[in-house]
Unconditional design. Structure first.
Length: 166
């Protein structure tokens, strides 16, 4: 994972606004996406562009509390009980929340990063809602999509992402 992250981050100046990490299930794509997110938000990146792991931004990201990082996963907090619950798909409401999130200015003045994992589990309405953000992301916005089955994503999503096989 570190080598793939290092190689991709070496091209930080041409980092895509939308990256699709894809490959077989269980090989660490989600961990790689979170490493990328942390590195993009890191306030003191190492010379190899990996996250330093000790700056305030890294500590927030590691704790899952970074205000400029949004994660859309198959787990969400039940609004009534405040406990995590598993969901089968990523729905349109969550993608709309992501769209609102990226429109806000960055709290820590680095970037806004969203990780969607697994992106191939977005329902059709959610995938369509994501298109506008993929087409015209605000400056400093990075979307990292993770998929075991990228063929399940609409061609319109695939065409707007730089793809990286993990």
């Amino acid at each position: 994972v570190r080598e793939a992250a290092r190689a991709a981050l070496a091209q930080r100046s041409s980092w895509p606004h939308a990256l699709l990490l894809h490959g077989p299930r269980g090989i660490g794509k989600h961990a790689l996406a979170l490493n990328f997110a942390q590195a993009l938000l890191c306030e003191s990146p190492a010379p190899d562009q990996l996250a330093c792991g000790v700056c305030p931004a890294c500590r927030y990201a590691i704790a899952g509390q970074h205000p400029d990082l949004m994660r859309l996963e198959l787990l969400m907090i039940d609004p009534e009980e405040g406990v995590p619950k598993a969901v089968d798909t990523i729905g349109i409401d969550r993608v709309r929340a992501l769209t609102d999130f990226v429109q806000l200015s960055s709290h820590r003045q680095r970037a806004k990063v969203a990780v969607i994992a697994p992106a191939d589990r977005m329902n059709a309405a959610a995938a369509n809602a994501l298109l506008k953000t993929l087409e015209e992301p605000p400056p400093g916005t990075y979307l990292i999509l993770v998929a075991d089955q990228p063929g399940r994503l609409p061609p319109t999503i695939l065409s707007r992402c730089r793809q990286l096989a993990a």
